[in-house]
Ligand binder design. Structure first.
Ligand code: SD4
Length: 352
């Protein structure tokens, strides 16, 4: 049993252990004890709650509604993620996702189901629009956790998934432009235009906790545009792209996967919550570690990373937050107040 005195002591210790908390995270109270399923004061955080990267604004509502009707948290968030995977206009995931340097769309996804402590993942999956569902099929129907490449595709076909071309006409045109602009001295003529290739939000991560405190997480992506064929990002890596522990919470990431992999950011964020940090503090602590692990070639003259990355976290008691290296990122939430975008806490203000 944790007494009130224990709680106050551990809270003070956790607060003291934290360095400066930029980005408006100061207001949050650290959780009392990792052993407590529901922290004191958590009655302010309603459950169920679903959070995701900003591009999941439609998906969090679908997932929330399903969870309220009794659907399992993992099935519900995958239904939310499927919306982006099947949307040809979202060029960061599934159908219409940016291809690799060869013009081939290779998709990554992973998921974790808190109540049963199971996980599944696929990497470099071609021709199947919903890698999140294939990752769940790996979890449901095999004794493995991760399948990649040709084996992942064969597995998906065996499981009844439909093979389809994933490169849309728009994405193919963007790829041709990228190729043509690569080298002014090659035999590809630059297109006679200055169309900017627009990078969309990039990847979807979604996490949910239901009224009973059951938690799940899932991440799906087409990865970095123009990547070297065969490249795996953080999204399919359990512990990096997403992680879920039913006793503590879930966390996931979007942004530069190479940076996340080195800090196992999904796992690390959940571990921060286990140590007593509130979600906002947990994501900021992970971002601080990530900056400390950034190699010098990726640092700007002011010492800050020349890329951005986000972490999303939900605690078992329903509190949630998302954090970004730089100010200005949004994330999507749905609870009893309905779907909305909220602002990420951050390490660095824009323009400073
Ligand atoms: C990756 N984390 O493959 C993904 C990409 C991403 O915004 O999130 N882009 O590295």
């Amino acid at each position: 049993m944790t007494t009130r005195r224990d709680f106050l002591t551990s809270t003070a210790a956790a607060a003291a252990a934290l360095s400066v908390l930029p980005g408006g995270a100061q207001g949050e109270t650290p959780v009392a004890s990792p052993a407590l399923p529901v922290a004191p004061g958590a009655e302010l955080a309603p459950r169920p709650v679903v959070i995701s990267s900003g591009n999941g604004i439609r998906g969090v509502k679908v997932a929330y509604d399903q969870i309220v009707r009794g659907t399992d948290t993992l099935d519900a968030i995958i239904a939310g993620i499927n919306i982006q995977e099947l949307d040809p206009d979202d060029q960061s995931v599934g159908l219409g996702g940016f291809p690799n340097a060869d013009g081939v769309v290779q998709l990554d996804a992973s998921c974790m189901h808190g109540p049963t402590k199971r996980a599944g993942a696929v990497g470099c999956l071609e021709d199947i629009a919903t890698p999140s569902l294939v990752a769940k099929a790996v979890m449901d129907y095999t004794d493995h956790i991760m399948l990649v490449g040709a084996g992942a595709k064969r597995f998906a076909l065996d499981m009844g998934f439909r093979s389809q071309p994933l490169l849309t006409e728009k994405t193919r045109q963007d790829w041709l432009r990228w190729k043509a602009r690569l080298n002014p001295n090659d035999f590809w003529l630059d297109h006679d235009d200055d169309v900017k290739i627009k990078f969309s939000t990039g990847t979807i991560n979604m996490n949910a906790v239901n009224a009973k405190g059951e938690i799940s997480s899932c991440t799906s992506t087409s990865g970095m545009a123009w990547k070297i064929p065969g490249r795996l990002g953080d999204s399919p890596i359990v512990g990096a792209g997403q992680y879920c522990d039913n006793e503590v919470g879930a966390a996931g990431s979007t942004g530069r996967g190479e940076a996340n992999i080195k800090v196992c950011g999904g796992f690390l964020t959940v571990e921060h919550m286990r140590q007593g940090m509130a979600p906002a503090q947990a994501v900021l602590k992970t971002l601080e570690r990530l900056v400390a692990m950034t190699e010098s070639r990726l640092l700007r003259p002011d010492g800050r990373p020349n890329f951005d990355i986000q972490f999303y976290a939900v605690a078992k008691d329903g509190r949630y937050a998302a954090g970004s290296l730089y100010e200005g990122a949004d994330f999507a939430v749905c609870d009893e107040k309905g779907p909305r975008l909220e602002t990420c806490v951050f390490l660095y203000p824009r323009g400073r």
